[in-house]
Design a protein around this ligand. Sequence first.
Ligand code: GUN
Length: 278
Amino acid sequence: MIIDGKQIARKLRQTIANQVVLLERKPGLAVILVGSDPASAVYVRNKGIACKEAGFYSEEINKPADISQAALLSEIERLNNDDKVDGILVQLPLPQHLDANLVIEAIHPAKDVDGFHSENIGKLMQNNAFLRPCTPKGVMTMLKTIGVDLVGKNCVVVGTSNIVGRPMAMELLNARATVTICNSKTQDLPSKLKQADIVVVAVGIAKMIQGDWIKADAIVIDVGINKLDNGRLVGDVDFESAQKVASWITPVPGGVGPMTIATLLENTLTAYEARKEK
Ligand code: GUN
């Protein structure tokens, strides 16, 4: 069966919107876009639209591609001290001359709605999470929605990025699954995948994972978004062949993608509530 990420995300956004109308002030999200990469610009615009629909205060900050590190850090510092802003997100990737690690570390951990700051990643690793990276958290919401019990299950994560693979493995570990972390160069990847009850793929290689690598009735979560030469968007999994083998599978587009933005709103609400308590 197909996991309808669009619908799960829509429901989550509606639940959040219902909570927001009851609050004293709007939760606020600031998104910084450096340069004009077209894909990043689309993501940032969609984040802004989702914010407004959910009743959030939203700020989109566009900076030129040649902004200095110091100027970007001072913009973040301004947002750290702005009480209207509960969440700060710097769209990645950043231009080469900027140090993404330094930029992420400059965001106050209480406003780090991407969950990328070392303090938030550290808490996730200690199974004491506060703000959790949106895409892996969104995947956990999907798995919960289809009613999977993860305890003791064999999970294989393919991909080791800071944004998806690593925090995804931690999420599954925290849910008491048995987790194997692979990358695109893992020797005999098909034999690893054959063991997996749940497969999460985030490597950025179009249709890399074939249906006959997958165990019968496995759950397949495809985080990849790759644009083919003909303009078509496909995942890291060969959907046609994998769909025949899997019990559940996410489509691309319309699977994990919509969950990321809905989860960003969820994190911004979490940051708002935590700041209010202080
Ligand atoms: N670029 C791709 N995914 C993400 C994400 O989740 N957050 C940020 N900030 N940039 C991204």
